[in-house]
Design a binder for this molecule. Structure first.
Ligand code: R5P
Length: 295
């Protein structure tokens, strides 16, 4: 037992130094509880306020997508360079070693395949399993303008309620409804609905015209999906423009894992997201790393 004698004199209360009360670094996120904020602070780098999420959950509705046929071989080399991994619980349990400490965003909605109406999803992960998997967020697809719009919105609000109970954020993933154009007006509508209904952050697509109005009108952080594979320089330009226009990061899949040199590409994306590197300089980095690796 420690000796209590003499300890009183050694105490230092710093009575002339007020305790600091720091605001939380992430847009719109100051009023959450500690655990939820802590999970967000693992997803988003507190130094830069940004994240590079590596998305490889595509198999949940389209099976073994090109580049994801063997996740153990194609994705594992990318893991050290990602801030966050977005995937299904099936791939998490079967492929990703539990020694990996990267924050996990688990795909939490599903139920339809590419053979059917995609908007007909339900919540596909129990909150208890999300907790068991120690995830940092749960991702739910929201189909504004889609056939099952309401069902998908309620999936999201249900996940927000469940996640908030346990301090787990919900990522709303805006899928493009068939009836609506993929433009700033649509994404302002979709992202704002998700935020108003409680999503903690939102994944959407970049648009060339007016993307800054999408981020401005959305009170929580936005990350952009990469979309279909495009040339590396174009993907870097898209990421750069999105960051400069208010995005808090990327949730990129195909433009990384379908790249000719995925390990080089993810590092180039990091430079754009975390260091505000120009697309041209990031592309030089990509080429240099690609040549060094011999592929
Ligand atoms: C697609 O359904 C998934 O949610 C992906 O995580 C998302 O689209 C991002 O991947 P990509 O950059 O390939 O579009």
């Amino acid at each position: 037992m420690p000796d209590a004698e003499g300890l009183k004199e050694a105490k230092q209360f710093y009575t002339d130094t007020p305790q600091k009360t720091e605001g939380f670094f992430l847009k719109g996120s100051n009023a959450y509880d500690w655990g939820l904020k802590n999970r967000l602070a693992r997803i988003f780098n507190p130094e830069t306020g940004k994240t590079v999420m590596l998305a490889f959950d595509h198999g949940y509705f389209q099976g073994p997508t090109t580049g994801l046929e063997r996740i153990d071989i194609s994705i594992m080399p990318l893991v050290p360079y990602a801030d966050t991994l977005m995937l299904t619980r099936g791939i998490l349990r079967t492929i990703i070693p539990s020694s990996v400490t990267k924050p996990i965003v688990v795909r939490a909605s599903g139920g339809s395949s590419i053979l059917k109406e995609l908007s007909n999803e339900e919540i596909a992960v129990d909150i208890e399993d999300a907790i068991r998997l120690n995830v940092c967020a749960m991702a739910v697809q929201v189909f504004i303008g889609g056939e099952y719009e309401k069902q998908s919105v309620i999936n999201m609000t249900r996940m927000v309620d469940l996640g908030t109970r346990y301090g787990i954020p919900t990522l709303a993933v805006t899928a493009v409804g068939k009836q609506m154009a993929r433009d700033a007006r649509y994404f302002r509508l979709a992202t704002r609905i998700c935020a108003e209904l409680g999503a903690h952050y939102i994944k959407t697509y970049y648009v060339d015209e007016g993307f800054e109005t999408v981020t401005a009108a959305c009170p929580v952080p936005i990350v952009i999906a990469g979309g279909k594979k495009i040339p590396e320089l174009d993907a870097l330009k898209m990421a750069y423009n999105a960051i400069q226009q208010g995005a808090s990061g990327v949730d990129m899949g195909r433009n990384i894992f379908q790249s000719e040199a995925p390990v080089a590409m993810i590092q180039a994306v990091r430079a754009v997201v975390h260091e505000n590197e120009t697309p041209e300089k990031a592309y030089d980095l990509y080429q240099t790393l690609k040549n060094e690796m011999g592929k």
